[in-house]
Design a protein around this ligand. Structure first.
Ligand SMILES: Cc1cc2nc3c(=O)[nH]c(=O)nc-3n(C[C@H](O)[C@H](O)[C@H](O)COP(=O)(O)OP(=O)(O)OC[C@H]3O[C@@H](n4cnc5c(N)ncnc54)[C@H](O)[C@@H]3O)c2cc1C
Length: 566
């Protein structure tokens, strides 16, 4: 074993302390399992805490049936009906549990129930909320419940790769920031809950830490991603940064306008500004392409909140008021907000079944591995996620993954830890790092840093693989990515293992994951030859050009992507 390295042994190991990870961990701990959550930052700083508009929950049977149908319709035929049924039917229980545990949902006194607001693609106001800081409120409750259940937290630990013993995933290793030492975690079951990979793009609502580490770990371990090319671009990112302006704004009555001050969404969809997100994003892109955008370069449209009464705006969208005041020094009661589509959510991820078991390329569970939340693909979102459904998914399927992992790790006859497998995995990592520290012919004179490469990667992905796809663009993007990979190989690290607070190493590892996922994304995007939901092919004018995909595997550099039938 490595010098100074620590080994933690537990029953259930959860990678990620967002809403999915906390839900999974609480369920596993409540089932009596020794459960540890490991995350690269404090759980309350996970992306879930930034979620704004709300969590969907139909409070009656009738509305739950409607929620199911509307989710499936928005998903453009790619949803798994079974998954959606579970999601929508379990929602009321989720809300009741959070209420009981103290989440201060906005209350409707007349109906004596949590207030609902309308969200895109929905016909009834079923998004429950705490102002526009719903994620923070849910996370606070979930964190308290996890602690109460006895979950142990290890944060400031960057996990690098899964450890396999035979075909079973038995743990993971990573680096603790404060010490720079390598650490091992050995478990009867490992649950991936590492969130999305929005950091692949230039303009994104995601934070810099959304680097898809869990998806990359799974791919490197030979576990396929499903629907990886299906990425949601939220219509209203603040211009030019892409910070999210929640759909709650349009839910409360805000309207999109082009440079002629026309409320253009009515021309594109019967639900106008509350159309599904893919439709609104495409409408904005079309308006910009037709020269009806604002600004010197005509590259944004405006969100008009002036018709929302100020007292309602302050009460229900405080975050939006803060954001526009702090960043743009304007107030939404008097000024229009410049917006552009922003990379927001990965519908695809680690393929898994309804109980969170990760699946291999032919659909069998990968022993010991589970996934939940944004890094997983349960099939609830299909080709286009409905706003408010992902917090719900994180809780519903996180809990199921935790329960299943707890039940299945109890069946283990032998302890899962294998010191040899762990040492071997970490030794090969160390060897690779040493290579990046040594000076050789290739690297001599190189001033490349991982962050330079990451910046360029974002530009490539935004230009060649974002809101509209063509084979020509994919080919150009892949060529640029190949060159970038060569440049990345010339990066040299000044500090290696054992160096405390080594941010250079963290940047390096995250960029490496992003480059890996970018290649998988181009490959998956090129394989999908039809337009569906958020995936729009400009070189295929009609949907359903290739109505049925057989499962495909792309095995090159150990990537594997899988596609489901349309
Ligand atoms: C700005 C914004 C607003 C949103 N608003 C809404 C909304 O109103 N309603 C809704 O339903 N959805 C919303 N979403 C989407 C939703 O918030 C996310 O999809 C969901 O919270 C993801 O939860 P998660 O638990 O899967 O991941 P996250 O909350 O992203 O957590 C990931 C965890 O993994 C850890 N991690 C990652 N990599 C590593 C590693 N290598 N080693 C160790 N730990 C690691 C992180 O530290 C973190 O703890 C919003 C998203 C954004 C970006």
């Amino acid at each position: 074993m490595f010098r100074n390295s620590r080994v933690t042994v537990c029953d259930v190991l959860v990678i990620g302390g967002g809403l999915a990870g906390l839900s999974a961990a609480t369920a596993a701990a409540e089932a009596g399992k020794k459960t540890v959550v490991v995350s690269k930052n404090h759980p309350l700083r996970s992306h879930s805490a930034a979620a704004a508009g709300g969590i969907n929950a139909a409070l009656t049977e009738e509305d739950a049936a409607l929620h199911i149908e509307e989710t499936i319709a928005a998903g453009c035929g790619l949803c798994s009906r079974n998954a959606v049924e579970i999601l929508c039917r379990e929602a009321v229980g989720v809300i009741n549990r959070f209420l009981k545990n103290g989440t201060p949902f906005q209350w409707n006194e007349t109906r004596n129930e949590p207030e609902g607001r309308p969200f895109g693609a929905m016909s009834t106001p079923r998004t429950r909320f705490v102002g526009d800081r719903t994620g923070a409120a849910l996370m606070q409750t979930a964190f308290e419940q996890a602690k109460k259940a006895g979950v142990r937290f290890e944060y400031s630990v960057f996990l690098i790769d899964l450890i396999k013993h035979g075909s079973r995933m038995t743990g993971v290793y990573g680096i603790r920031f404060e010490t720079g030492a390598i650490e091992f975690f050995s478990a009867g079951a490992v649950i991936l809950a590492t969130g999305g990979a929005g950091a692949l793009f230039d303009i994104t609502s995601n934070g810099i830490g959304s680097t898809g580490d869990g998806a990359a770990m799974a791919l490197r371990a030979g576990v396929p991603l499903r629907d990886w090319e299906l990425i949601q671009f939220h219509p209203t990112g603040l211009y030019p940064s892409g910070f999210l302006i929640s759909e709650a704004a349009r839910g409360e009555g805000a309207i999109l306008r082009n440079k002629n001050m026309e409320a253009f969404m009515g021309r594109y969809h019967e639900k106008a500004d509350l159309a599904p997100r893919d439709a609104v994003t495409r409408a904005i892109v079309t308006e910009l392409k037709c020269g009806r955008g604002f600004g010197k370069r005509g590259d944004f449209v405006l969100l008009d909140c002036r018709n929302i009464p100020p007292e309602r705006l302050f009460a229900r969208l405080p975050e939006l008021c803060d954001l526009t005041e702090t960043v743009l020094h304007i107030h939404p009661t008097t000024h229009l907000i410049p917006v552009i589509p922003t990379a927001h959510y990965f519908m695809g991820g680690v393929a898994c079944d309804l109980d969170g078991r990760a699946l291999d390329g032919i659909g069998f569970p990968v022993p010991g591995l589970y996934a939940a939340g944004e890094c997983a693909c349960t099939g609830v979102h299909g080709a286009n996620r409905v706003g408010g459904n992902s917090l719900l998914e994180a809780v519903v399927f996180g809990t199921r993954a935790g329960q299943t992992a707890a039940a299945e790790c109890a069946d283990l006859k032998t302890p899962s830890s294998s010191p040899e497998a762990a040492t071997e995995a970490a030794a090969s990592f160390n060897e690779r790092l040493t290579l990046f520290q040594s000076d050789n012919e290739n690297s001599r004179g190189s001033v490349e840093t991982p962050l330079d490469c990451r910046r360029e990667l974002k530009e490539i992905m935004s230009a060649y693989c974002s809101t509209a796809h063509t084979t020509v663009r994919h080919k150009q993007g892949i060529a640029k990515l190949t060159l970038l990979n060569r440049r990345f190989a010339r990066c040299r690290l000044k500090n290696g293992l054992g160096q405390p607070f080594n941010t250079e190493l963290k940047d390096f590892l995250e960029t490496e994951n992003l480059l890996f996922l970018a290649a998988a994304l181009f490959s998956a995007a090129e394989e999908r030859s039809e337009s569906v939901g958020a995936f729009y092919r400009e070189d295929q004018l009609y949907a359903g050009a290739a109505p049925y995909h057989t499962a495909t595997e792309w095995r090159k550099g150990r990537f594997l992507t899988e596609r489901r039938p349309l």
